[in-house]
Design a protein around this ligand. Structure first.
Ligand code: UD1
Length: 427
């Protein structure tokens, strides 16, 4: 297993290209199940999770063709063609490795009238249920059966009628599953209290390009008029707002000056607002976002919330940055319980952070020092890299397969802006 070795202290400066969004890609790929025609996705990031999802699609009989791009180029173009679906079962072995596999439930049910997906297990950032995914599909007329660790969803003869569902909690994944099921329903469906993250807008835009009829895109009140069939499309995956936000924190903690090429400020409103409050200078234009630092970092109080609130996926990275702010910051996590696993690892690097329930109190500025640390989940791992970039001496980050799930060629991108980081085989 590889590890990353980072020598802290270099000021980051230059340009980082932002990749296609992992979380958007993971809901755009299953849209291929909704049509017999080819779906071509451009700007797909090269990540373990995306490879895993492609593999899952082949399991259903979907052909995938990767178009030529030189290995040194970012982004990938892949055509998925589900002209015939040979299986509608997502087996345990694949789902266990990738929770997002649950996103095939809605589109598979809509296309074939039946879908069987292994229940995703618990995960490191809390016990993530799927009850809302199932309740939304039931509201559309599906019958749900739970047997031997599998969810089996079936539509009545002639397809899903469609229906209304009001989300009691905002759920990104459940909104995506519901949308992908409703587009081919016989009638009109309405989703209220729906998630309105930029990745949901990306999904709606693709579905619309495929011929779906959706009203209220970008709001939490979506009306979907089911259509008989959808066509293929060619679509470019949106830029990854969490990757961009992570590199913004990396630049800021080193007192750097970094251009995030391709990042869309409109998708990052709350993260950029947080950075500005911390005292970072942020400029944005149509082609990217630029982060500049001058002077001391200020402490802030931040609370995660569904979009347009502060993304929970940015909490750990901002916490590392706030270790260097002059004073006490309070970070409150409202989306997931148990999402402070980076705290003990940051403490090993000299951070002064205490937690109480869903709140973390960060006292700065801390003299961070390099240490051997363990990555626990994707974003927590990134927070350790950010701290390491500003730490005195060398940090070794182990279990970096977490990072490979979500950051395309992380060390290469950080090297581009002057970080001293390398990947070595673990002993
Ligand atoms: C997605 C993102 C993840 C991000 C999260 C919140 C992907 C692949 N992952 O995850 O990176 O951190 O959104 O922005 O896009 N909940 C239920 N019942 C359900 C579903 C969710 O109670 O059926 C709860 C969860 O426990 C959590 C909250 O709803 O407390 C939000 O979760 P959700 O938005 O569904 O997260 P994911 O879609 O899994």
């Amino acid at each position: 297993m590889d590890k990353l070795i980072i020598k802290g202290g270099n000021r980051l400066s230059g340009t980082i290209p932002i990749s296609g969004a992992k979380n958007a890609a993971l809901t755009l790929i299953p849209c291929a199940l909704l049509t017999e025609e080819p779906l071509t996705l451009r700007n797909l990031p090269r990540l373990a999770d995306i490879d895993g999802f492609q593999h899952l699609m082949t399991q259903f009989g979907v052909s995938t063709e990767i178009h030529g791009k030189r290995p040194e180029e970012f982004g990938r173009v892949v055509t998925f063609e589900a002209s015939r679906i040979t299986s509608n079962v997502a087996p345990y072995d694949l789902v266990r490795k990738m929770r997002a596999s649950i996103l095939v439930l809605g589109p598979m049910l809509a296309r074939t009238g039946e879908a069987t997906v292994s229940m995703p297990g618990g995960c490191a950032i809390g016990n993530r249920p799927i009850d809302l995914h199932l309740k939304a599909l039931e509201a559309f007329g599906a019958e749900i059966e739970l047997t031997q660790g599998y969810v089996k969803a079936s539509a009545p003869e002639g397809g899903l009628p469609g229906g209304d569902f009001d989300f009691p909690v905002v759920s990104v994944g459940a909104t995506e599953n519901a949308l992908m099921a409703a587009v081919l329903a016989n009638g009109t469906s309405r989703l209220t209290g729906a998630a309105r993250e930029p990745e949901i807008v990306d999904l709606c835009n693709l579905l619309t390009a495929m011929g779906a009829e959706i009203e209220g895109i970008g709001t939490s009140d979506l009306t979907i008029h089911g259509v008989k069939r959808l066509n293929g499309a060619t679509y470019k995956v949106m830029p990854d707002r969490i990757e961009a936000g992570s590199y913004a924190c990396a630049a800021a903690i080193t007192g750097g000056d970094v251009r995030l090429e391709g990042a869309r400020a409109g998708d990052m409103i709350s993260s950029l607002a947080a950075l500005r409050k911390i005292g970072i200078h942020v400029e944005d234009d149509a082609k990217g976002v630029t982060i500049k630092t001058n002077g001391a970092l200020k402490p802030v109080d931040l609370t995660t919330a569904p979009f347009p609130g502060l993304a929970t996926d940015m909490q750990a990275q901002l916490m590392s940055l706030l270790c260097k702010a002059e004073g006490t910051s309070v970070l409150t996590e409202t989306i997931f319980e148990n999402r402070f696993m980076h705290v003990p690892e940051l403490a090993r690097m000299g951070a002064d952070i205490s937690t109480e329930g869903r709140t973390a109190i960060v006292k700065g500025p801390a003299d961070l020092t390099g240490a051997e640390v363990m990555a626990t989940d994707l974003r927590a791992s990134m927070s350790l890299i950010i701290a390491a970039l500003a730490a005195e001496g060398e940090t070794q980050v182990r279990r970096i397969y977490h990072l490979d799930r979500g950051y395309e060629r992380l060390e290469e991108k950080l090297q581009l802006v002057g970080a001293d980081i390398e990947r070595v085989g673990d002993d």
